[in-house]
Write a protein that binds this ligand. Structure first.
Ligand SMILES: *[C@@H]1O[C@H](CO)[C@@H](O)[C@H](O)[C@H]1NC(C)=O
Ligand SMILES: *[C@@H]1O[C@H](CO)[C@@H](O)[C@H](O)[C@H]1NC(C)=O
Length: 225
């Protein structure tokens, strides 16, 4: 039993909960049939960043995930200091971030987090950040019929939005926390939809994710009904 306890500590695997990965151009060549064979059910693939970057591996990664039979979606890395939320949602939706009710497409995700290039909050006040995210979310909804998933960390959200609440009404949450437990969530959220629990692992290349529910719940999220 000792190894079982150790395993339970190391992997936040909930029996029956769909496992996933998320990838970007860093994982350019993904063997999706191996990922599928590992038991992975879903993937998020980086499509765009700001208003001038498209993941050059997006098409092959998205097609590969589709062919392997995964439920998949795409994500946009927000750069709130370079253009408006509406501009970036439009760019995302036009470059891989679209959605259709085919049962295998997850709503697009907004990756909003620590600025890799400068000031943590991109030089925006908390109220300006909340307005930027709202603008992105509403524009994405207008373009696709779905509200985007919000990917963030509780620490970034608290720091850069002033722990804003209200997004729980529309936006499924995808929280990043590399720990054996999920910790405190951003204000308003009583649960998370996805959990990115590690930046590498046995699911496959890239970050490791868990859906909070069962396969039928994942299918409902994709279908949007
Ligand atoms: C993917 O991995 C499997 C199992 O290791 C292997 O048989 C297959 O050839 C690989 N596919 C590609 C495209 O490399
Ligand atoms: C954020 O708001 C929630 C809900 O009011 C609260 O439980 C949580 O402690 C807050 N977080 C911080 C860091 O203040």
């Amino acid at each position: 039993m000792k190894w079982l306890a150790a395993l339970a500590l190391a992997l936040p695997v909930v029996l029956g909960s769909p496992q996933g990965i998320d990838v970007s151009n860093y994982q350019s060549d993904v063997n999706w049939s191996t990922v599928k064979a590992n038991g992975v059910e879903f993937a998020y693939i980086k499509a765009t960043e700001g208003t001038s970057y498209k993941n050059p591996s997006f098409s092959s990664q998205y097609t590969g995930a589709t062919s392997a039979g995964l439920i998949r979606g795409s994500y946009h890395f927000a750069l709130p200091d370079v253009s408006s939320g509406a501009t970036q949602a439009t760019y995302f939706a036009a470059n891989g971030g679209g959605w259709s009710a085919d049962g295998i497409t997850l709503p697009g995700a907004l990756d909003i987090e620590y600025n890799p290039y400068g000031a943590t909050c991109y030089g925006l006040s908390a109220s300006a950040m909340v307005a930027w995210i709202t603008d992105f979310s509403n524009t994405y909804h207008t373009k696709t019929g779905r509200y985007p998933v919000i990917y963030t960390t509780t620490d970034w959200w608290t720091t850069c939005t002033g722990n804003a609440s209200g997004f729980q009404n529309n936006n499924p949450l995808w929280i990043a926390r590399y720990s054996s437990s999920i910790g405190t969530l951003p204000a308003g959220y009583s649960y998370t939809t996805f959990w990115q629990f590690a930046d590498s692992g046995s699911n496959g290349p890239g970050d490791q994710d868990l859906f909070n529910g069962d396969s039928a719940g994942l299918a409902r999220l994709a279908k949007g009904s």
